[in-house]
Design a protein around this ligand. Structure first.
Ligand code: CA
Length: 231
């Protein structure tokens, strides 16, 4: 069963979503404000989040940015106002996986949610079909807890290594910039020590992935790319 967190302050909409998604077989948890959403995310494991952007206490955008640092690979669908083009762009830039504008059609929400969760469930949680090839089915990364498994064996990872791996895996097939990694590590781009340490972490992680069929490529001047090693 898929465990979803719905964050929406409009009671009618929240209850409607909850009823429909529960009927569709999801396990649903509700939050009416951003603060509650954060504490629920800290305490429970979810497979996906539906996040309204206009929320009391802590705004949806703040929750989204926070969530992306804490749980880089957790799928998030944002709900925005019809005329909120800027919100949508901001939301996608802040790491939302998809969005719907209000009012939305429930069937469309279910379809988009389904697609988002399927993408997230691809081996290694990656969005790249190429990476879904046999070699990578051996790697699983928990999107919310600092855990990963290679051939069902738990990997020994530090929190930073997990955050880095999780980010690479959730952007499989795409280049992840140094700034993205530092953002996930909640470190200032100007922090030279951490920035210099990044190479070391990449090197260590690459070694831990040595027999996985995956490697981390340095893309000069751009960042890092998780890719399959040549067969
Ligand atoms: Ca709202």
């Amino acid at each position: 069963m898929t465990s979803l967190l719905i964050v929406e302050d409009d009671e009618l909409l929240r209850d409607g979503l909850s009823a429909q998604l529960a009927q569709a077989g999801h396990s649903v948890t509700l939050a009416a404000d951003g603060e509650l959403a954060q504490s629920l995310l800290e305490a429970h494991r979810f497979d996906g989040v539906i996040l309204d952007l206009g929320l009391p206490k802590v705004s949806g955008m703040e929750v989204l940015r926070w969530l992306r640092r804490r749980f880089p690979a957790l799928p998030v669908l944002i709900l925005t106002a019809r005329d909120g083009v800027e919100d949508r762009v901001q939301g996608l830039n802040a790491g939302a996986d998809d969005y719907l504008t209000k009012p939305f059609n429930m069937a469309e929400l279910q379809a988009r949610l389904g697609a988002m969760l399927r993408r997230a469930r691809l081996p290694a949680f990656g969005g790249s079909l190429e990476l879904a090839a046999s070699a990578t089915q051996r790697l699983r990364v928990d999107a919310t807890q600092p855990q990963a498994w290679l051939d069902d064996e738990p990997m020994e990872l530090t929190h930073r290594e997990w955050a880095l791996l999780s980010l690479l895996v959730s952007h499989a097939g795409q280049v992840v910039s140094r700034e993205d990694v530092l953002g996930v590590w909640q470190s200032e781009p100007g922090d030279g020590a951490v920035s210099n340490a990044l190479e070391v972490y990449v090197h260590r992680l690459r070694r831990k992935l040595a027999d996985s069929g995956l490697t981390i490529r340095n893309v000069r001047g751009l960042g890092y790319l998780l890719e399959t090693t040549a067969p």
